[in-house]
Write a protein that binds this ligand. Structure first.
Ligand code: PLP
Length: 389
Protein backbone atom coordinates (compact mmCIF):
# COMPACT_ATOMS: atom_id res chain seq x y z
CA UNK A 1 0.00 0.00 0.00
CA UNK A 2 2.96 2.34 0.57
CA UNK A 3 3.13 3.16 -3.13
CA UNK A 4 -0.39 4.54 -2.92
CA UNK A 5 0.59 7.37 -0.60
CA UNK A 6 0.56 10.87 -2.05
CA UNK A 7 3.92 11.51 -3.74
CA UNK A 8 3.79 15.19 -2.81
CA UNK A 9 3.94 14.01 0.80
CA UNK A 10 6.28 11.01 0.56
CA UNK A 11 8.86 12.95 -1.46
CA UNK A 12 9.38 15.48 1.31
CA UNK A 13 12.93 15.07 2.52
CA UNK A 14 13.91 16.14 6.02
CA UNK A 15 16.92 13.81 6.31
CA UNK A 16 19.58 16.46 6.94
CA UNK A 17 17.57 17.86 9.81
CA UNK A 18 16.42 14.55 11.25
CA UNK A 19 19.80 12.77 11.19
CA UNK A 20 21.24 15.29 13.62
CA UNK A 21 18.12 15.70 15.76
CA UNK A 22 17.86 11.92 16.19
CA UNK A 23 21.43 11.84 17.55
CA UNK A 24 20.69 14.80 19.83
CA UNK A 25 17.72 12.96 21.35
CA UNK A 26 19.91 9.91 22.09
CA UNK A 27 22.47 11.90 24.11
CA UNK A 28 22.34 13.33 27.60
CA UNK A 29 23.34 16.77 28.89
CA UNK A 30 23.64 18.16 25.39
CA UNK A 31 24.37 21.88 25.06
CA UNK A 32 21.48 22.45 22.73
CA UNK A 33 21.91 25.35 20.32
CA UNK A 34 19.26 24.07 17.90
CA UNK A 35 16.24 25.76 19.51
CA UNK A 36 13.76 27.42 17.19
CA UNK A 37 11.85 29.00 20.03
CA UNK A 38 12.48 31.55 22.78
CA UNK A 39 13.95 30.13 25.98
CA UNK A 40 11.84 32.67 27.90
CA UNK A 41 8.60 31.80 29.69
CA UNK A 42 5.36 33.25 28.34
CA UNK A 43 4.92 36.58 30.24
CA UNK A 44 2.90 36.19 33.47
CA UNK A 45 0.08 38.58 32.46
CA UNK A 46 -0.62 36.44 29.37
CA UNK A 47 -0.54 33.16 31.32
CA UNK A 48 -3.00 34.68 33.82
CA UNK A 49 -5.42 35.54 30.99
CA UNK A 50 -5.19 31.96 29.72
CA UNK A 51 -6.01 30.59 33.17
CA UNK A 52 -8.94 33.01 33.50
CA UNK A 53 -10.24 31.91 30.08
CA UNK A 54 -10.36 28.33 31.35
CA UNK A 55 -12.03 29.34 34.65
CA UNK A 56 -14.60 31.42 32.73
CA UNK A 57 -15.43 28.46 30.49
CA UNK A 58 -14.28 30.04 27.25
CA UNK A 59 -13.94 26.56 25.85
CA UNK A 60 -16.31 26.56 22.88
CA UNK A 61 -15.62 27.09 19.19
CA UNK A 62 -14.95 30.68 18.26
CA UNK A 63 -15.76 32.46 15.01
CA UNK A 64 -13.94 30.69 12.12
CA UNK A 65 -11.94 33.86 11.52
CA UNK A 66 -11.03 34.01 15.22
CA UNK A 67 -12.44 36.10 18.08
CA UNK A 68 -13.48 39.52 16.85
CA UNK A 69 -11.72 41.09 19.85
CA UNK A 70 -8.48 39.43 18.85
CA UNK A 71 -8.80 40.49 15.21
CA UNK A 72 -9.41 44.04 16.44
CA UNK A 73 -6.34 43.94 18.68
CA UNK A 74 -4.10 42.50 15.93
CA UNK A 75 -5.34 45.20 13.57
CA UNK A 76 -4.40 47.90 16.11
CA UNK A 77 -1.09 46.20 16.83
CA UNK A 78 -0.03 46.10 13.17
CA UNK A 79 -1.15 49.67 12.69
CA UNK A 80 0.72 50.90 15.75
CA UNK A 81 3.96 49.10 14.92
CA UNK A 82 4.15 49.04 11.13
CA UNK A 83 1.58 51.54 9.77
CA UNK A 84 -0.52 48.73 8.28
CA UNK A 85 -4.27 49.08 7.94
CA UNK A 86 -6.38 45.91 7.93
CA UNK A 87 -10.10 45.69 8.59
CA UNK A 88 -10.78 43.24 11.47
CA UNK A 89 -14.16 42.39 9.90
CA UNK A 90 -12.84 41.03 6.64
CA UNK A 91 -9.06 41.24 6.23
CA UNK A 92 -7.68 39.25 9.18
CA UNK A 93 -7.80 35.57 10.12
CA UNK A 94 -6.46 34.04 13.34
CA UNK A 95 -4.57 30.82 12.61
CA UNK A 96 -2.90 27.94 14.44
CA UNK A 97 0.53 29.53 14.47
CA UNK A 98 2.13 31.17 11.45
CA UNK A 99 2.44 27.61 10.08
CA UNK A 100 -1.29 27.32 9.41
CA UNK A 101 -1.35 30.78 7.83
CA UNK A 102 1.36 29.60 5.41
CA UNK A 103 -0.53 26.39 4.68
CA UNK A 104 -3.79 28.27 3.99
CA UNK A 105 -1.89 30.66 1.76
CA UNK A 106 -0.26 28.07 -0.47
CA UNK A 107 -3.38 25.89 -0.68
CA UNK A 108 -5.40 28.93 -1.71
CA UNK A 109 -3.14 30.55 -4.28
CA UNK A 110 -1.38 27.60 -5.96
CA UNK A 111 -2.44 25.29 -8.74
CA UNK A 112 -0.61 22.47 -10.50
CA UNK A 113 2.85 23.74 -11.56
CA UNK A 114 2.47 27.25 -10.15
CA UNK A 115 5.95 28.47 -9.35
CA UNK A 116 6.83 29.99 -6.00
CA UNK A 117 10.09 31.89 -5.69
CA UNK A 118 11.79 31.22 -2.36
CA UNK A 119 15.09 32.84 -1.36
CA UNK A 120 17.54 30.39 0.21
CA UNK A 121 18.97 29.30 2.62
CA UNK A 122 15.52 29.26 4.14
CA UNK A 123 13.20 28.11 6.92
CA UNK A 124 12.34 24.44 6.42
CA UNK A 125 8.55 24.95 6.21
CA UNK A 126 7.96 26.65 2.85
CA UNK A 127 9.17 24.05 0.38
CA UNK A 128 7.06 21.15 1.75
CA UNK A 129 3.94 23.32 2.02
CA UNK A 130 4.32 24.56 -1.57
CA UNK A 131 4.93 21.03 -2.77
CA UNK A 132 1.91 19.62 -0.89
CA UNK A 133 -0.25 22.32 -2.46
CA UNK A 134 0.89 21.10 -5.89
CA UNK A 135 3.19 24.04 -6.57
CA UNK A 136 6.80 24.11 -7.61
CA UNK A 137 9.36 25.79 -5.33
CA UNK A 138 11.91 27.84 -7.29
CA UNK A 139 14.85 28.26 -4.95
CA UNK A 140 16.99 31.36 -5.39
CA UNK A 141 20.40 31.28 -3.74
CA UNK A 142 21.11 34.48 -1.79
CA UNK A 143 24.41 33.36 -0.21
CA UNK A 144 26.40 35.73 -2.45
CA UNK A 145 23.87 38.55 -2.09
CA UNK A 146 24.18 39.22 1.68
CA UNK A 147 21.38 36.65 2.17
CA UNK A 148 18.87 39.06 0.60
CA UNK A 149 16.41 38.67 -2.24
CA UNK A 150 16.97 41.90 -4.16
CA UNK A 151 14.78 43.18 -6.99
CA UNK A 152 17.56 42.44 -9.52
CA UNK A 153 17.91 38.86 -8.33
CA UNK A 154 14.15 38.31 -8.25
CA UNK A 155 13.69 39.69 -11.78
CA UNK A 156 15.92 36.94 -13.19
CA UNK A 157 13.65 34.19 -11.83
CA UNK A 158 10.20 35.47 -12.73
CA UNK A 159 8.49 33.44 -15.47
CA UNK A 160 4.93 33.30 -16.78
CA UNK A 161 4.30 30.50 -14.23
CA UNK A 162 5.37 32.54 -11.20
CA UNK A 163 2.38 32.71 -8.88
CA UNK A 164 4.06 33.93 -5.70
CA UNK A 165 7.24 35.09 -4.08
CA UNK A 166 8.06 34.41 -0.43
CA UNK A 167 9.72 37.16 1.59
CA UNK A 168 10.91 35.63 4.87
CA UNK A 169 12.42 38.63 6.66
CA UNK A 170 13.70 38.94 9.38
CA UNK A 171 15.09 35.67 8.39
CA UNK A 172 15.59 32.18 9.76
CA UNK A 173 18.39 30.86 9.58
CA UNK A 174 20.63 33.87 8.79
CA UNK A 175 18.99 36.75 10.67
CA UNK A 176 18.99 38.90 7.49
CA UNK A 177 16.61 41.84 6.95
CA UNK A 178 15.54 43.93 3.98
CA UNK A 179 15.80 47.71 4.32
CA UNK A 180 12.90 50.03 3.51
CA UNK A 181 14.53 50.89 0.16
CA UNK A 182 15.14 47.26 -0.74
CA UNK A 183 11.49 46.49 0.04
CA UNK A 184 10.34 49.43 -2.04
CA UNK A 185 12.41 48.20 -5.02
CA UNK A 186 10.71 44.81 -4.73
CA UNK A 187 7.29 46.46 -4.40
CA UNK A 188 7.90 48.54 -7.54
CA UNK A 189 9.00 45.47 -9.48
CA UNK A 190 6.02 43.35 -8.40
CA UNK A 191 3.33 46.04 -8.52
CA UNK A 192 2.61 45.59 -12.20
CA UNK A 193 2.57 41.80 -12.07
CA UNK A 194 -0.03 39.12 -11.23
CA UNK A 195 2.17 37.66 -8.52
CA UNK A 196 1.26 37.21 -4.86
CA UNK A 197 3.70 38.35 -2.19
CA UNK A 198 3.80 36.03 0.82
CA UNK A 199 5.60 37.93 3.53
CA UNK A 200 6.39 35.88 6.63
CA UNK A 201 7.09 38.42 9.36
CA UNK A 202 6.92 36.13 12.38
CA UNK A 203 10.24 37.63 13.59
CA UNK A 204 9.17 41.26 12.95
CA UNK A 205 9.45 42.20 16.63
CA UNK A 206 12.94 40.74 16.79
CA UNK A 207 14.70 43.22 14.53
CA UNK A 208 17.86 44.91 15.75
CA UNK A 209 17.79 47.94 13.43
CA UNK A 210 15.82 51.13 13.98
CA UNK A 211 12.47 49.52 13.09
CA UNK A 212 10.83 46.79 11.03
CA UNK A 213 9.27 47.60 7.66
CA UNK A 214 6.64 45.47 6.00
CA UNK A 215 6.27 45.29 2.23
CA UNK A 216 2.51 45.38 2.86
CA UNK A 217 2.90 49.05 3.83
CA UNK A 218 3.62 49.93 0.18
CA UNK A 219 0.24 50.83 -1.30
CA UNK A 220 1.21 49.64 -4.79
CA UNK A 221 1.38 45.98 -3.62
CA UNK A 222 -1.00 45.90 -0.66
CA UNK A 223 -3.73 44.10 -2.60
CA UNK A 224 -1.48 41.27 -3.77
CA UNK A 225 0.23 40.75 -0.39
CA UNK A 226 -0.48 38.15 2.27
CA UNK A 227 1.22 39.23 5.47
CA UNK A 228 1.85 36.52 8.06
CA UNK A 229 2.70 37.12 11.68
CA UNK A 230 1.91 35.72 15.13
CA UNK A 231 2.83 35.63 18.79
CA UNK A 232 5.05 32.53 18.81
CA UNK A 233 8.42 34.25 18.77
CA UNK A 234 7.69 37.82 19.93
CA UNK A 235 5.74 36.85 23.04
CA UNK A 236 7.40 33.48 23.75
CA UNK A 237 4.18 31.61 22.95
CA UNK A 238 5.17 28.88 20.48
CA UNK A 239 3.02 26.21 22.13
CA UNK A 240 -0.08 28.42 22.36
CA UNK A 241 -0.28 28.31 18.55
CA UNK A 242 -1.50 31.77 17.64
CA UNK A 243 -0.75 33.15 14.20
CA UNK A 244 -2.29 35.83 11.99
CA UNK A 245 -2.78 36.33 8.28
CA UNK A 246 -3.57 39.79 6.89
CA UNK A 247 -4.78 40.13 3.31
CA UNK A 248 -7.46 41.71 1.13
CA UNK A 249 -10.93 40.29 1.80
CA UNK A 250 -11.11 38.20 -1.42
CA UNK A 251 -8.15 36.18 -0.09
CA UNK A 252 -9.42 35.90 3.50
CA UNK A 253 -12.82 34.73 2.15
CA UNK A 254 -11.01 31.92 0.33
CA UNK A 255 -8.94 31.04 3.42
CA UNK A 256 -12.19 30.68 5.34
CA UNK A 257 -13.40 27.97 2.96
CA UNK A 258 -10.40 25.81 3.91
CA UNK A 259 -10.29 26.79 7.58
CA UNK A 260 -13.96 26.03 8.35
CA UNK A 261 -13.57 22.44 7.10
CA UNK A 262 -10.03 21.73 8.29
CA UNK A 263 -9.24 23.22 11.70
CA UNK A 264 -12.40 25.30 12.37
CA UNK A 265 -10.69 27.86 14.62
CA UNK A 266 -7.57 28.48 16.67
CA UNK A 267 -7.76 27.23 20.28
CA UNK A 268 -10.22 29.38 22.19
CA UNK A 269 -8.13 29.57 25.39
CA UNK A 270 -5.07 30.71 23.45
CA UNK A 271 -7.12 33.32 21.62
CA UNK A 272 -8.29 34.84 24.90
CA UNK A 273 -4.70 34.89 26.17
CA UNK A 274 -3.64 36.54 22.90
CA UNK A 275 -6.26 39.29 23.34
CA UNK A 276 -4.71 40.07 26.73
CA UNK A 277 -1.20 39.89 25.26
CA UNK A 278 -1.94 42.66 22.77
CA UNK A 279 -4.55 44.73 24.61
CA UNK A 280 -2.08 45.69 27.29
CA UNK A 281 0.19 47.65 24.95
CA UNK A 282 2.57 48.81 27.66
CA UNK A 283 3.12 45.29 29.01
CA UNK A 284 3.44 43.90 25.52
CA UNK A 285 6.05 46.47 24.49
CA UNK A 286 7.97 46.07 27.76
CA UNK A 287 8.12 42.27 27.63
CA UNK A 288 9.12 42.24 23.95
CA UNK A 289 11.77 44.91 24.51
CA UNK A 290 13.23 43.13 27.55
CA UNK A 291 13.59 39.90 25.57
CA UNK A 292 15.03 41.77 22.62
CA UNK A 293 17.69 43.45 24.77
CA UNK A 294 18.72 40.04 26.00
CA UNK A 295 18.87 38.57 22.48
CA UNK A 296 21.11 41.45 21.36
CA UNK A 297 23.53 40.77 24.24
CA UNK A 298 23.67 37.09 23.35
CA UNK A 299 23.94 37.74 19.62
CA UNK A 300 26.92 40.04 20.17
CA UNK A 301 28.57 37.51 22.46
CA UNK A 302 28.18 34.60 20.00
CA UNK A 303 29.14 36.75 16.99
CA UNK A 304 32.37 37.90 18.66
CA UNK A 305 33.27 34.38 19.76
CA UNK A 306 32.74 33.07 16.20
CA UNK A 307 34.88 35.85 14.74
CA UNK A 308 37.61 35.07 17.26
CA UNK A 309 37.53 31.43 16.09
CA UNK A 310 38.29 32.70 12.58
CA UNK A 311 34.91 31.70 11.15
CA UNK A 312 33.29 33.73 8.39
CA UNK A 313 29.99 35.04 9.74
CA UNK A 314 27.66 38.00 9.17
CA UNK A 315 26.10 39.91 12.05
CA UNK A 316 22.41 38.96 12.27
CA UNK A 317 20.04 41.94 12.09
CA UNK A 318 16.99 40.08 13.36
CA UNK A 319 15.49 36.80 14.70
CA UNK A 320 17.68 34.71 17.07
CA UNK A 321 19.91 32.67 14.79
CA UNK A 322 23.44 33.06 13.48
CA UNK A 323 24.80 31.25 10.45
CA UNK A 324 28.60 30.87 10.32
CA UNK A 325 30.45 29.22 7.45
CA UNK A 326 32.28 25.98 8.28
CA UNK A 327 33.55 25.47 4.74
CA UNK A 328 37.22 25.68 5.77
CA UNK A 329 36.90 22.50 7.83
CA UNK A 330 36.32 20.44 4.67
CA UNK A 331 33.37 18.68 6.33
CA UNK A 332 29.81 18.73 5.08
CA UNK A 333 27.45 20.54 7.44
CA UNK A 334 25.87 17.21 8.53
CA UNK A 335 29.30 15.67 9.20
CA UNK A 336 30.35 18.79 11.09
CA UNK A 337 27.20 18.82 13.24
CA UNK A 338 27.43 15.08 14.03
CA UNK A 339 31.13 15.25 14.94
CA UNK A 340 30.66 18.38 17.04
CA UNK A 341 27.89 16.59 18.91
CA UNK A 342 29.96 13.46 19.40
CA UNK A 343 33.16 15.17 20.51
CA UNK A 344 31.90 18.23 22.42
CA UNK A 345 28.24 17.43 23.13
CA UNK A 346 27.19 20.67 21.41
CA UNK A 347 24.16 20.52 19.09
CA UNK A 348 23.68 22.81 16.08
CA UNK A 349 21.63 22.44 12.90
CA UNK A 350 23.44 21.65 9.62
CA UNK A 351 23.03 24.42 7.05
CA UNK A 352 21.89 21.89 4.45
CA UNK A 353 18.64 21.47 6.45
CA UNK A 354 17.76 24.93 5.10
CA UNK A 355 18.08 23.84 1.43
CA UNK A 356 21.17 22.73 -0.48
CA UNK A 357 22.29 26.35 -0.64
CA UNK A 358 22.86 26.22 3.11
CA UNK A 359 25.59 23.60 2.69
CA UNK A 360 28.88 24.82 4.19
CA UNK A 361 27.12 26.61 7.07
CA UNK A 362 25.67 25.70 10.47
CA UNK A 363 22.79 27.38 12.30
CA UNK A 364 23.34 28.33 15.91
CA UNK A 365 20.33 29.50 17.89
CA UNK A 366 21.09 32.07 20.58
CA UNK A 367 17.64 31.64 22.11
CA UNK A 368 19.50 29.90 24.88
CA UNK A 369 20.84 30.93 28.32
CA UNK A 370 24.15 32.80 28.48
CA UNK A 371 25.61 29.94 30.50
CA UNK A 372 24.77 27.41 27.75
CA UNK A 373 25.98 29.78 25.04
CA UNK A 374 29.34 30.15 26.80
CA UNK A 375 29.71 26.38 27.14
CA UNK A 376 28.55 25.89 23.57
CA UNK A 377 31.06 28.38 22.21
CA UNK A 378 33.87 26.80 24.29
CA UNK A 379 33.03 23.39 22.82
CA UNK A 380 32.80 24.77 19.29
CA UNK A 381 36.13 26.58 19.68
CA UNK A 382 37.86 23.39 20.84
CA UNK A 383 36.37 21.52 17.89
CA UNK A 384 37.38 24.20 15.37
CA UNK A 385 40.92 24.37 16.80
CA UNK A 386 41.30 20.61 16.30
CA UNK A 387 41.35 21.25 12.53
CA UNK A 388 44.44 23.45 12.70
CA UNK A 389 46.45 20.93 14.81
C1 PLP B 1 10.36 31.79 9.46
C2 PLP B 1 9.36 31.02 10.25
N1 PLP B 1 8.08 31.06 9.86
C3 PLP B 1 7.12 30.38 10.53
C4 PLP B 1 7.43 29.61 11.62
C5 PLP B 1 6.34 28.87 12.31
O1 PLP B 1 5.80 29.67 13.33
P1 PLP B 1 4.61 29.15 14.28
O2 PLP B 1 5.25 28.43 15.42
O3 PLP B 1 3.90 30.40 14.71
O4 PLP B 1 3.76 28.26 13.47
C6 PLP B 1 8.76 29.52 12.04
C7 PLP B 1 9.13 28.68 13.20
O5 PLP B 1 10.27 28.41 13.49
C8 PLP B 1 9.75 30.25 11.34
O6 PLP B 1 11.03 30.22 11.71
Amino acid sequence: MKNLLNKNVTSINMDNFQTVMKEVSRKENVIDLTLGQPNFETPAYIKKAGIEAISNNHSGYTDFLGLYDLRKETSKYMNRLYDLTYDPESEIIITIGASEALDLTFRTILEEDSEVIIPTPVYVGYEPLVQMAGGKPILVNTVHHDFKLTADLLKKHITNKTRAVVLPYPNNPMGALLSQTELEDLANLLASKDIFIVTDEIYSELHYQDRHYSIASFEQVRDQTIMINGLSKSHAMTGWRIGFAFAPSFIIDAFLKIKMFSTVCATSISQYAAVAALKNEQMSDKEVLDMKKDYIKRRDYVYNRLLAMGLYVTLPEGAFYIFPSIQNTGLSSVEFSLQLLKEENVAVIPGSAFSNDGEGFIRISYAQSMDKLEKGMDGLEKFINSFSN
